[in-house]
Ligand binder design. Sequence first.
Ligand SMILES: Nc1ncnc2c1ncn2[C@@H]1O[C@H](COP(=O)(O)OP(=O)(O)OP(=O)(O)O)[C@@H](O)[C@H]1O
Length: 584
Amino acid sequence: MATAAATQSQPVRVVLRVRPHLPSEANSAEAPCVGLLGSHPGGEVTVQLKDQYTSRNECYKLDAFFGQESRVCEIFDQEVSAVIPGIFEGTNATVFAYGATGSGKTYTMQGTEDLPGLIPLAVSTVLALCTGTWCSVEISYYEVYMERCYDLLEPKAREIMVLDDKDGNLQLKGLAWVPVRSLEEFHEIYSIGVQRRKVAHTGLNDVSSRSHAVLSIRITTDVVKGKLNLIDLAGNEDNRRTCNEGIRLQESAKINQSLFALSNVISALNKKEPRIPYRESKLTRILQDSLGGNSHAVMIACLNPVEYQEAVHTVSLAARSRHVTNHMSLASKQETPKDKVDMEAKLRAWLESKGKTKSIQRMDGLLSPNAIKTPLSMSHKKQSASVRVSGRGKAMDQDGGKIKKVLFDSAARIPAENFHREGTQDIVNTTKKVVLPSLTPCKEDKTGSSLRKALSPISSNMDPQKQRTADDSNCLMLLELRTPMGSCNIVGKVTGATPLDKFIALGSNLKESLIQQYLDFLNVANKEELQKLKGIGERRAEYILELREDSPRPFKSLSDLGNIGLSSKQIQDILCKTATGIFK
Ligand SMILES: Nc1ncnc2c1ncn2[C@@H]1O[C@H](COP(=O)(O)OP(=O)(O)OP(=O)(O)O)[C@@H](O)[C@H]1O
């Protein structure tokens, strides 16, 4: 039996699972955004997340990687089966499936009729181990929805009270524990609970899980021994990219908050901090007796192979502090300035959103031939030719059998050069400073003033300390427009771009600049300055500083703000207030 989870050095193992492309995604030309970069002697792996449209990529060290072709039973054998004997000896354990909506959490935990998930596999293993002993098995099944806990095995959704008894032990008052003697019996009970979860809060048969569902299996003799929690977490959602509103937006905010709290607990446990913030959410409070201490825990971070931003968000929250410097990204930065590629992608996205297909075609005409001829893309061709794929996502070089290179599961289907889409387009990355006079010198709202102070030092070569003082005195807003010249040039070059097109493009660049300055502020400001921003309290400020210890500039895009638990709405509010402050 694999002992990975049982002999873990970290209180919470974090493993990655990438689901296959779905039939609806099969025609997409997108290579999976995540791949295995290498394995280490202690069992750890390095995985790389890569955006095929830009040169952005991130590397993380994790405990295991399960690629697109791996099956649930492999995850069970390597990560879950090892913790089961412990529950017969009184040790608790927890296995979570964590990830964005549609990333395969339910598939992994529940499975299908033909391919059982971790839950049925665990129940059948526990039942088998009980055979011929005095042990019996009981299950409970409940959900945490909007910070409340409901029993899914009761015909009428009953709220469960989460209490501490006089000895400080956690009690889930009112939770039903149902004896289970066979797998058939389990399926019968469990499937009713699953159905209840689907319709409980909307009345509709919702495909997306809006609650965290906890299936607990406990072993009893004359006393309760240990228990195993198998949790299908609700999917985290980026509300900027969804049409969520009303109750759906509230649900989403609660889900994101509780996932952030869970991430805080896991991070604190893995860093062996003296205080573990279990009380930050209902879910973490409930799991207090099965997460940390001598319990075993495995987090399975599930990834959708075509969603890079989502993947970064999921992995960075699941594996905080395990981000590693990616030398490849530095190299590619030197060869091909990232901003150039970003700007092309941004311009393309903008033109697409405006339905300007002709402009895109013209832009392709202007840009693509160069990109195809670049020595860099040629070198990627060579590289892909020298890599062959073997077995389940193992890449080998042609002269040896040794694992050597990035192995993306569908590398056989999609050439490696598609992954590295660094172009060498002829776009000038010009930096231009625009001085906007402040109409309300030195009297701004909290958000505006602290951001203003922070914006200036970044936008100049001046010593940040000196610049800060200078800015305090004149309160001028310096906005560094990072790439508008480049993009304007593109728009200008595209015959047919109207003055309105150019104006809108500039407007969107201004917005980009403001966002970039805000991110830069988070990357450089000290704790006191950070706390002056709306939405950033002491804990968040400390966490930002913590992230900066792991990676010098952890905030590269707005989606990275999800890593500090800010909801999309909060982010939008902050930026709107900041922008309004500038023009007042
Ligand atoms: N390993 C896999 N093999 C084949 N199909 C998969 C796999 N993982 C997920 N899928 C499919 O992907 C889709 C989304 O999966 P699933 O419902 O498990 O996502 P989820 O993360 O639970 O989403 P949500 O948070 O919205 O509930 C489903 O159609 C599922 O059948």
